[in-house]
Design a protein around this ligand. Structure first.
Ligand code: NAD
Length: 401
């Protein structure tokens, strides 16, 4: 059995690593640099060890490629390409379309196509299947299924094996074959009645997080205005053993999922005339947190940041990963520069970002912590500037939300 996985990023490489324990895997990626790096046995994804990759390569179970001809004899094709927002913050299925073109142009025998990329309900049925048929230029009866990915990069307690996986095929045969594929490396498969339910469930999971994060971010502002500690209040509420789930405030949300997926749900809701008011407002609250944080810095520093050196600690969107997609640090830096601050940032995990390098953790007038990696010591943060503001709740002794 040969499995082609389109896209070798966080999702695609993770699936490749697990699937290559049981199948011959070809990881197709349009980025030649990534392909060459993977073929030399170097993983670019946290949680996927290069040693595991090298072992799969050695036993002939894994190969990366950017050549469509390498996937032409696959039995199963998994789509794991980005589903971002366009400049005007609308769903952008351009990468999905390109993946469909690759499949349509290179695969001439019936295969099982599984989509793992996150998108709105109806994407598999109304978009992916017709697009592959269009690019195939001949009538091939592929099987189609969806199994939205739930990987949380950098997390060790939940992985492909023990995270329940939703799936649904367009036909019973597609569902059966999807089950047979994932059951090799996933313990708990949950079949739902249609691909649309699986697609919607994935979006709702992340929308749930987005809305609750927005709520706690708004509450942080309320708590500050009342002169009480947001963290102590949340811990107090969290002593209730039922009906409460603790979320923590921050300078905003980042990553490929939380700031993006809810907008896919809102877009499809509004297209069908349904309200998406919570989703839209939650997004605004989370985006506005960066401005609020910068406002707090200014308020604590004589009302002006002009000419002051401000060090932003942590530009990855979450601790212990190098992923900077949609990071809240970007907006924090933008607002700081708009107020005339001289901004540098420290993040040894990210290293280089937007053409700038990580600065030393010292010598600033003001430090603001947006993301705290485990390796960054609290004492070093506190010693980096006379005024330190922590938006993470992990730096005791600093000012904070
Ligand atoms: N990162 C996560 O934690 C996560 C979790 C669950 C779901 N998802 C979803 O999974 C999908 C993929 O996300 P990701 O984080 O793996 O993205 P990523 O950016 O890490 O990786 C995508 C890879 O696809 C490649 N690519 C782009 N277009 C291509 C094409 N036409 N053909 C072949 N390769 C192509 C890119 O070069 C890149 O290496 C998205 O829909 C995302 O929302 C991501």
């Amino acid at each position: 059995m040969k499995v082609a996985i389109i896209g070798q990023g966080y999702v695609g490489l993770t699936i490749s690593a697990f699937a290559s324990g049981f199948f011959e895997v070809v990881g197709f990626d349009s980025n030649q640099k990534i392909v060459n790096q993977l073929n030399s046995g170097i993983s670019h994804i946290e949680g996927i060890e290069s040693t595991v990759l090298r072992k799969s390569i050695e036993v002939g179970r894994y190969k990366a490629t950017y050549s469509g001809s390498d996937i032409s004899d696959a039995d199963i094709v998994v789509i794991a390409v980005p589903t971002p927002l366009s400049k005007d913050r609308k769903p952008d299925l351009g990468f999905i379309d390109a993946a469909c073109r690759t499949i349509g142009e290179h695969i001439k025998q019936p295969v099982l196509v599984i989509n793992e990329s996150t998108s709105f309900p109806g994407t598999l049925r109304k978009y992916i299947k017709p697009a592959i048929e269009k690019y195939s230029r001949s009538k091939i009866e592929h099987l189609y299924a969806i199994s939205p990915e739930r990987v949380d990069p950098g997390r060790s307690d939940f992985n492909q094996k023990n995270t329940p996986r939703l799936y649904s095929g367009l036909t019973p045969e597609a569902s059966e074959r999807t089950n047979a594929f994932y059951s090799k490396f996933c313990d708990n498969l949950v079949e739902v009645s249609s691909p649309e339910v699986a697609e919607a469930a994935k979006l709702f999971e992340n929308t749930f997080r987005q809305v609750n994060i927005a709520l706690v971010n708004e509450f942080a502002q309320i708590a500050h205005s009342l002169g009480i500690s947001v963290y102590e209040t949340l811990d107090a509420a969290n002593t209730k053993p039922y009906g409460f789930m603790k979320f923590t405030p921050s300078a905003g949300v980042g990553g490929h999922c939380i700031p993006v997926d809810p907008t896919y749900l809102a877009a499809v809701a509004e297209e069908h005339g349904a309200p998406a008011t919570f989703i839209r407002r939650a997004n605004e609250v989370n985006l506005e947190m960066s401005k609020y944080v910068v406002g707090r810095l200014a308020a604590d520093n004589d009302g002006s940041l002009s000419g002051k050196s401000v060090l932003v600690v942590g530009v990855a969107y979450k601790p212990n990963v190098a992923d900077v997609r949609e990071t809240a640090a970007e907006l924090v830096i933008e607002h700081l520069r708009q107020r005339g601050a001289v901004v540098s940032w420290h993040d040894e995990v990210v290293g280089i970002w937007n053409g700038e390098s990580s600065a030393p953790l010292s010598g600033a007038d003001i430090t603001v912590v947006v993301t705290k990696h485990d390796d960054v010591k609290v004492q070093d943060i506190l010693g980096s500037a006379p005024y330190v503001f922590d938006a993470t709740g992990k730096v005791p002794g600093a000012k904070g939300l």
